[in-house]
Design a binder for this molecule. Structure first.
Ligand code: ADP
Ligand code: MG
Length: 678
């Protein structure tokens, strides 16, 4: 049988078992997958310089004729060095290759090549090391560069790519009808796939990339829209609007802010309709979303319905459990905590209580969506920090009941355009005010030179009875020079923090260890917590009033803001010290924004402006299916276009069942890795 696009990747010439495995490692199982493995960059051989103009210490493209290959030299440690002398017709240069006998053998004396590599040496004697090269007879001078895995060379991938593209040309395919392509100014799909790999010009590769990125964004939105439609087609339990919650709100230890009240009203009004609620509750860290969630749970329980609250980590689940019990138990609303680390026996007992309806509010991690958990009457599903959950997990929770009302809480204030894509078409309640009397966290950015002064400040706070966090980007020391919590804690214990109680908290600790540490920290037995970003969400220790963030350049604006939200949660004046030695313009700007504002929505808008939506999609935390192309190529305009196109397509063909949408629908299902319609 002749190979086609959907044959096994091994059908391509030169791909045997070994190379096939390498491809599969990259998620490429067929020629079709291969053509969607888009280049991460291009090498442009169109512009080359003579040897005498090559800049030393920099990468250059040279046009060189090889005139003498020297025998490979094997040196210590198995390293093989190959050298060849070459000329551009005027000056000579030495080509040096390390451990690349294959690449060296392919060079022929007397032949001319375009070579791209780092040039070193001086005016008299230059060398180019480890160059990437193509023959000067090659007519495609813009060459793709791919993400590779060990054992796959860029030349092999290029050769296989050409074969795969030939197969594609034999059976061209298209996902968008011609009128849609015209309307949105898009090129045909097969043209895009060919030109993303081997473009004749920069314009061609850009046009191709726009089309492919558009397709991805479109599929994403179609998928989200189809999922949403499926969930809204159902009817939900209509709660009783005559029941009121004033008893609950007046029992709270504080006065709700205006935004909290408004959010609660919006939620209650949704719950009193038979269309399932699908609402996003956005609010900065510390804005009091949990109290709003508690009010919703209270209302559901008055209606005889259970609520489930799912948090992304055990620490956070526990935190919610505490808060909700405190708020709700006085009113006879029973709250339980269900996490993966419970013993089987405890779990079984909880399952029974949940199935019998004895518990009203079930708080937990993804353990609450396991198959064996059966609810008596699940009416409301709340997910916290839900950008950390996959779309599939969210859907699984929604399927636990015929059609529960859904509330999604996020502390990442996402600008509206992005929220519409990420959360489909949720209704949004936003809390923008902070509770009364809350003081913003004083934030300072300093260089490492001021570290010991910073710690002097920290010790001062500790001596006043406060507690502190020190955040490092890594767990263990590696080759990079980033700070790692383990050694950092050791050094601090014998240095800057000598005489204070210090403990570690990081993601590789078991849930029990983490919980033990948090318990001690909460109890004040630990003064300083040296941690990775595991403290980012949910940790609430009002006595913690200082945070030091090392390698602050490693964190995005929104992440820094989230981290910082761990302090300033009590009555104390709080501070955050960002330490970085990075002086790049971007980093300086970020540090400035952090020290000048504490408004989360403003910070996220700045973040979006600085990084673009592509970077946001590149970040795995949103829980969307991975985007390959849009993450680098996407911009606001393209995203809006894709959004309009999705609406238009669905208006004309709500289930995408028309024959001309068949490929598109198949791709959407594939992207989400599940059946999302029907
Ligand atoms: P979020 O989940 O939005 O980050 P929380 O719900 O954890 O914020 O609230 C942070 C803290 O503020 C909690 O200790 C909570 O009890 C308190 N809080 C919530 N609402 C108010 C309010 N209206 N006035 C004073 N304190 C409040
Ligand atoms: Mg919270």
């Amino acid at each position: 049988m002749a190979a086609n696009l959907f044959s096994e990747i091994e059908y391509l010439k030169g791909v045997g078992k070994a190379r096939g495995e390498k491809y599969r490692k990259l998620g490429i199982g067929s020629p079709y997958d291969l053509i969607y493995h888009v280049p991460r960059a291009y090498l442009d051989f169109r512009v080359h310089v003579p040897v005498c103009q090559a800049e030393c210490g920099a990468y250059n493209v040279l046009k060189l004729t090889v005139f003498r290959k020297m025998p490979p030299q094997r040196i210590r440690g198995g390293l093989v060095i190959c050298k060849a002398a070459a000329t551009d017709g005027i000056d000579d240069i030495l080509i040096v290759m390390y451990n690349n006998v294959y690449g060296f053998q392919a060079l022929k004396e007397g032949e001319t090549y375009y070579m791209y590599g780092k040039v070193s040496g001086n005016f008299l004697r230059k060398e180019i090391s480890a160059p990437v090269y193509i023959s000067a007879n090659e007519n495609v001078l813009i060459q793709p560069v791919y993400h590779l895995t060990q054992g796959l060379s860029v030349n092999m991938v290029r050769t296989n790519m050409r074969q795969a593209l030939e197969l594609m040309k034999k059976e061209p395919f298209e996902t968008l009808p011609v009128n849609i392509q015209r309307k949105y100014g898009l090129c045909p799909l097969t043209w895009a796939l060919e030109n993303i790999h081997f473009p004749e010009s920069d314009a061609a590769s850009e046009t191709a990339r726009q089309r492919l990125a558009f397709d991805e964004l479109l599929k994403l939105q179609l998928g989200m829209a189809l999922m949403k439609k499926r969930s809204r087609r159902n009817t939900a339990f209509r709660m009783n609007s005559d029941l009121d919650i004033s008893e609950f709100t007046s029992g709270l230890p504080f006065e709700l802010t205006g935004d909290q009240k408004k959010a609660i009203e919006e939620i209650v009004s949704d719950l009193c309709r038979d269309v399932p609620m699908n609402r996003l509750l956005q609010g900065d860290v510390g804005s009091g979303k949990t109290a709003v969630a508690a009010a919703a749970c209270y209302f559901a329980s008055k209606n005889g319905m259970q609520s489930a609250l799912m948090a992304p980590t055990e620490i956070l689940a526990l935190q919610h459990y505490r808060t909700l019990s405190e708020f709700l138990e006085p009113f006879g609303v029973k709250v339980c905590l269900l996490t993966g680390s419970l013993t089987a026996k405890k779990k079984a007992a909880l399952y029974e209580q949940i199935a019998s309806g004895e518990t009203d509010v079930i708080v937990g991690t993804h353990a609450i969506i396991q198959k064996n958990v059966e609810y008596k009457a699940l009416g409301l599903v709340i997910t916290d920090e839900q950008h950390r959950f996959g779309v599939a997990q969210r859907a699984a929770l929604a399927e636990k009941s015929d059609a529960p009302h859904k509330l999604v809480m996020s502390a990442t204030p996402i600008p509206r355009t992005l929220a519409l894509i990420i959360y489909g078409d949720l209704d949004i309640s936003a809390i923008t005010q902070l509770p009364k009397g809350r003081k913003p966290v004083q934030t300072y950015a300093v260089t490492g030179k001021l570290r010991s002064r910073a710690f002097g400040f920290v010790r001062g706070k500790l001596d006043e009875g406060r507690q502190a966090y020190v955040v490092c980007p890594m767990i263990e020391e590696s080759e990079s020079d980033l700070f790692a919590v383990k050694t950092y804690a050791e050094n601090a214990q014998s240095g800057e923090l000598k005489g204070y109680t210090v403990a570690l908290l990081h993601g590789k600790m078991s849930a029990a260890e983490k919980e033990r540490t948090m318990k001690k920290f909460r109890a004040g037995e630990i003064q300083v917590l040296i941690c990775t970003t595991v403290v980012e969400v949910g940790v609430d220790v009002p006595n913690a009033a200082v945070m030091v963030i090392e390698n602050a350049e490693r964190f995005g604006l929104s992440q820094l803001h989230q981290l910082r939200g761990r302090v300033g949660r009590g009555e104390f004046e709080s501070s955050c010290i960002l330490i970085t030695d990075n002086t790049s313009e971007e980093c300086v700007k970020r540090m400035k924004i952090m020290s000048s504002t504490s408004d989360g929505f403003k910070i996220s808008e700045e973040d979006l402006k600085m990084r673009g939506p592509g970077d946001f999609f590149g970040n795995a935390q949103h829980g969307l299916p991975p985007l390959k192309i849009a993450d680098i190529a996407c911009n606001m305009e393209l995203m809006n276009k894709a959004q309009n196109c999705a609406k238009e397509l669905l208006a004309a063909d709500p289930e995408l069942s028309a024959p001309e949408h068949k490929t598109l629908k198949m791709d959407v299902i594939k992207l989400f890795n599940r059946e999302i319609v029907g």
